[in-house]
Design a binder for this molecule. Structure first.
Ligand code: KIV
Length: 260
């Protein structure tokens, strides 16, 4: 699984044979420049999900439910999940939280919308956690995460994202659950992995979490290309003859006679 937020990148990811595209609320940081995901709205999510859905022909598209679109009530959760499917054309939704959001997971699932749960480090709870920190390192929190995993499965989630928890804890959860686990910062024992594409391409440089690997340096390549463009436009090397449209000389002679 990889994130995408627009048509062109969704097409590229789809063509690479990635099974699942996540329209993550991480778009708040990568696309919109916020410090965290909290300001992201339903309108933002629907807009970007619809772009991705138009580009993804084979991949399964999951859309994130933004902060306060499902925590407020079960009714809001079902209504907003429905909007991501009807208006964004997602195949499924993802929401953050364990036992505390199981009523929402159950109701959304009963409305025939597949739900991917998200536990461990849940970025929408950054204020409650006191920042982006690894979760589940002590016995109490580790047990709570295992219980959350069992609860979301019981509530009907078809898949669960495990974010920023120790590898061995993620492996235990993967072992005891029947549904697939998708890890991000949760080691190699999960059933699948997800990354934010800006992170894995080296395009987001505000900070680099320990679990991120750069599979390319596209950010650097883009900057190089922008600099070349600037230089070639200034030196008039671009546009060259092959980028230019032609017109009959006689027409130009007439136009010069009339206008110069
Ligand atoms: O918003 C997002 O991109 C996510 C992934 C980091 C799992 O939730």
């Amino acid at each position: 699984m990889l994130t995408a937020y627009d048509y062109s990148v969704a097409k590229l990811i789809d063509a690479a044979g990635i099974d699942v595209i996540l329209v993550g609320d991480s778009l708040g940081m990568t696309m919109l420049g916020y410090e965290d995901t909290l300001p992201v709205t339903m309108e933002d999510m629907i807009h970007h999900t619809a772009c991705v859905s138009r580009g993804a022909k084979d991949a399964f598209v999951i859309a994130d439910m933004p902060f306060m679109s499902y925590q407020t009530s079960v009714h809001d959760a079902v209504y907003n999940a429905g909007r991501l499917i009807k208006e964004g054309h997602a195949h499924a939704i993802k929401l953050e939280g364990g036992a505390s959001v199981c009523e929402q997971i159950k109701a959304i699932t009963e409305a025939s919308i597949p739900v991917c749960a998200h536990i461990g480090l849940t970025p929408q709870s950054t204020n409650a956690f006191g920042g982006f920190k690894v979760q589940g390192k002590n016995m109490q929190r580790a047990k709570q995460i295992v219980e959350d995993a069992l609860s979301v499965q019981e509530a009907g989630a078809f898949m669960v994202t495990l974010e920023c928890i120790p590898e061995k804890l993620a492996s235990l959860i993967t072992d005891i659950l029947d549904i697939p686990t998708i890890g991000i910062g949760a080691g190699n024992g999960c059933d699948g992995q997800v990354l934010v594409y800006h992170d894995m391409l080296g395009m987001f440089t505000d900070f680099k979490p320990k679990f991120v690997k750069h599979f390319g340096n596209i950010g650097e390549e883009m900057t190089k290309a922008f600099v070349s463009y600037r230089d070639e436009v200034k030196s008039k090397a671009y546009p060259a003859a092959e980028h230019t449209f032609k017109i009959e000389d006689e027409i130009m002679e007439e136009l010069y006679k009339e206008y110069r």
